[in-house]
Structures are given as structure tokens and as C-alpha cells.
Design a binder for this molecule. Sequence first.
Ligand code: PAF
Length: 281
Amino acid sequence: MKLTRTISETRSHIKIRKGKTRSLGFVPTMGALHDGHISLVKRSLEENEITVVSIFVNPTQFNEEQDFKSYPRNLEKDLEILGRYPVDLVFAPSSGEIYPEPNTRKFDFGGLDSIMEGKHRPGHFNGVAQVVSRLLGIIEPDNAYFGEKDFQQLVIIRKLAEKMDLPVRITGCPIIRESDGLAISSRNKFLSPEERKSAVRISRSLFNAQKKAGKLPVEELKEQTIQYVNKDPRLKVEYFEIVDVRHLKPVRNWTGKSCKIGCIAVKIGNIRLIDNMNFYS
Ligand code: PAF
């Protein structure tokens, strides 16, 4: 497994390894690797001859300086984890390498970025699009893998690839959960033992709502779900929306044919966790 820090050494290594025919899978990450990331790496290894993983904590997608500063970073540990798999290359650039000039690029996602996460984290998806477009331009993968936990991000990245005509297939990989159902996230490690116990309510609320989908009016189901989570004084729902999986348009009733997904964001103290689940009605 090779570690590169600059774009030029990354490109020349890929050129040699890829040749003309080998398929390249890419897993972009911000490090602090957990089983969710590893599921993306495994999928890439299954579907491609070469796998590249990037580790870069992207400053432009954070809303708060403090959140960026305290984001967990441990390159040595991440390399140790990735070393257990036949990953070809880990690209861990500096900020100056990715943004040699201040990145002022603005993207238009036709409203996909103004609801849910976008509403509560203004500018977040623009920052994600800045870094993902830059990374895809450097690595030029055939396939790129993203977790479905960040479902809105996945939809927006698909849109980005489509709008920019990028010759890459974007693959979403299922959420990986702890044994009690909590979606695995780099932020889980910040929870106190009591908060960790409370956090199980988030996925439980979605499993309950999934069972009731189609049986209760949408608004009533939303209300019940929010109340169930907020019943624990440690938890505060930021939003819970039921939207269609393609355009993220809010679902008003169950009659539409489109696939539906329930997306939730919850604050526990200063920690913000998100989760989602498909609803079949
Ligand atoms: O999902 C993430 O970890 C990040 O948003 C990504 C896609 C690596 C871009 O920084």
C-alpha cells in the first residue's frame, strides 16, 4: 500500500498501476475510519482491480471552525486499518494541495441542498461538492463509493457527477449499524456512556416509523417519531423528513409510487447525529 501526499505523485502512481484496462475504485474519506468506511473499501475491492482511498478533512464543508478543529484525526491508525486490505494507494493531501487558491466555486443543485442537512448546515454541500469534484478530477476513478448514511450527500454527488459529465459511476453502500441499531459514525466516539445509551432511540424511531409507513397519515407519523425521540431529555430532533429518494421532495401522502426515505438529524449535547431508513408503503 502506497501513501502519497501530492497530486503529481498520486497521478503518476495511478497511471502506472492502472495501465489502459484496469478498473479503478475510489473511496473518499475524512479519516477516523470505522466499519462503515471499511464496507466501502471492501465493495471497491470486490468490484475493481485497483482501489484508492483518500483521507482529507475538508475545511470547506464545516460550518463551525470548532467542529473542523475537533474532527478526529489519526492518520497512523487509519493507515494501520487500511493496511489490512489490499488497498493500492492512500492519498492524504494537505489543504494547500487540494486548495492552492481559495476555493470560491459555487454549485447549483436546484434546491436539493436547501432542505434537511442543507437547511441546517448552510454551505455544507457546496463544500462537499468542491472537494469531491477536485478529488474525482485528480483520481479519475471508474467507480466511486459513498455511504448511504449521508443520503442527501449521495444524491447531491450523483447530481454533481451528472452535471459535470464525469465518467464515473457513483455507488451508494448500505448503512452499517452497531448491534443495538445505532448507525456507525465517526462522531459516536464523542458520546458519553449515558448519551450512547440514549442514542439508540434514533434508529429505533426509524424502525418504528418504517413499520407504520402507509398506515398513518405522513404528518402524524412524523409527529409521533419526533415525539418518541424527544421523550429522552438528552435528545433533540433537528428535523425528521420523509422524502422521495430521487429528488428529495417532501412526501405528503403515501399514494405516490416513488421510493420514500425517512431522514433524521438529532442533537445530543453538542454532538449531531444523522440516520435514515427506506419506507415501503
Ligand atoms: O462523507 C464524507 O466523509 C465526506 O463528506 C467526503 C465525501 C469524504 C467529502 O469530504
